[in-house]
Write a protein that binds this ligand. Structure first.
Ligand code: SF4
Length: 439
């Protein structure tokens, strides 16, 4: 296992969670931007869900016009700084860069994007032009990436926008759900503060919308309502022992870590259940928090994991052990967790079956379940005429309007779980639809 000591101070925490994509200095930015070929029909643009004109902003950086570059980025993506840090650029823009075809490292687009937007945030530059106010009001439920993108675009379209957020911070997953080595709380909140100022965002925090009465009030006072409420808690596995203390959900664990930093203590032996990117994050984080033995257990094969390869490599790089074709059948403990009992699995004709008599146990102090999140169907059922699919996702048309014409939605409550950049892209489309329907 890699040598990470349990952090006892903010400095030690920061050292263990060194940023994967650190901020560039001006020399690095100039050098990196000068490598860009400014491709015609650039594949990096097509690969970006928000369609940022990447060669244009890189050329602006190279011409020492970082603020112009930030404007180019923010015109397409209001979370330009955060996305530069948390996007899986390896499989999006950088994965599409033509340099990959020549076995040359791709342009570090994410870091250049963060460099330019970081300058604009630092210098508090404003380049947002608003249409004349139309005096129409829109309520946005949820200040995550989808809600913020929708709110900013609606503001530019001239609407009065009120955002209602259940938690005490904006940004949703960027602050609560992303590994700390991808972005710090300060970075995410600095960008939000900048946006709140320049888009005059009116966000009410600690204000969950949860009753029929809350909904009726919004429907009475607003012409349209945008739903960006994301997903709910980690889903249950339905196996014995799941309720034992120290069996926690991955999203809940990441949130605790993001809020408590070094004050959260992770025990020596941890088993993480799951094969998605959240499982990789949780496992890496436990290792960086000083856990000595972290096992990532997935019920199917390594190749069947939903996680990006680079995320698994990151976890392995800090000493996480992979265990495949192992399905948890019981969490063993009496008050506290002692072990997880698994059964080996095999896949035949795409069907997963347990191998009889192959049970085994792995001792551990904690179990982290990264096995998907529930949908917020109870709350959504309070909205008349709002249809969901059979997985609990809100049904929308191509403009992200729901089956109740007053409501629009995007982000994870529609997709079931995508990247921050997808939520931003679709939040903006929903806002454009609201604007064309109401004006
Ligand atoms: Fe530059 Fe690569 Fe995009 Fe071409 S594909 S414009 S080289 S970043």
């Amino acid at each position: 296992m890699a040598e990470y000591k349990s952090p006892n101070s903010e400095q030690e925490f920061d050292k263990n969670f060194t940023q994967l994509k650190p901020f560039m200095n001006s020399t690095e930015a100039y050098y990196e931007s000068s490598r860009c070929l400014y491709c015609y029909d650039a594949p990096c643009i097509t690969a970006c869900p928000t369609g940022i004109d990447i060669p244009k902003f890189i050329r602006q950086i190279n011409a020492k016009n970082s603020i112009g570059a930030a404007k180019t980025i923010y015109e397409s993506n209001v979370l330009g700084y955060s996305c530069g840090k948390v996007c899986p650029t390896e499989v999006l823009c950088e994965g599409a860069c033509v340099y990959n075809l020549q076995d040359v490292p791709p342009i570090e687009i994410g870091r250049l994007q963060t460099y330019a937007t970081g300058q604009a945030i630092k210098e508090d530059k404003s380049f947002f032009t608003r249409k004349a106010p139309n005096n129409k009001k829109v309520a946005v439920i949820g200040a995550g990436p989808a809600g913020i993108a929708a709110a900013c675009e609606l503001y530019l379209e001239g609407f009065i926008v009120d955002v209602f957020e259940a938690k005490s911070n904006p940004s949703g997953l960027v602050v609560y759900g992303v590994a700390p080595y991808k972005i710090t709380n300060d970075e995410a909140l600095n960008e939000m503060e900048y946006l709140a100022k320049h888009y005059e965002l009116n966000i009410t925090y600690n204000k969950p919308i949860q009753t029929k009465e809350d909904i009726a009030n919004l429907e009475k006072n607003y012409e349209a309502i945008f739903l960006g409420i994301g997903l709910g808690e980690t889903s249950t596995l339905g196996i014995p022992g799941e309720n034992i203390e120290n069996c926690v959900g991955a999203v809940e664990f990441v949130e605790m870590l993001r809020m408590q930093h070094h004050n959260l203590k992770v025990p020596k032996k941890v088993v993480v259940l799951g094969g998605g990117n959240t499982a990789m994050d949780a496992a890496s984080e436990c290792a960086r928090m000083g856990a000595e033995d972290v096992t990532l257990a997935y019920r199917r094969s390594k190749d069947a994991m939903g996680a990006y390869h680079f995320e698994y490599d990151l976890a392995k790089g800090v000493g996480v052990k992979g265990l495949f074709n192992a399905s948890p059948i019981e969490i063993i403990g009496n008050g506290t967790i002692k072990a997880v009992k698994f059964i080996k699995t095999e896949e035949k004709d795409g069907k997963l079956t347990n191998i009889a008599g192959s049970e085994f146990t792995i001792e551990c102090d904690w179990v982290i379940k990264a096995t998907g999140q529930s949908k917020q169907v109870t709350f959504l059922s309070l909205i008349d005429g709002l249809n969901l699919d059979n997985k609990g996702r809100i049904l929308v048309n191509e403009g992200f309007q729901t089956t109740n014409s007053k409501y629009y939605a995007s982000g994870d409550n529609v997709s079931g779980g995508q990247e921050v950049v997808n939520a931003v892209a679709n939040g903006k489309i929903a806002a454009k639809t609201i604007s064309s329907n109401l004006i």
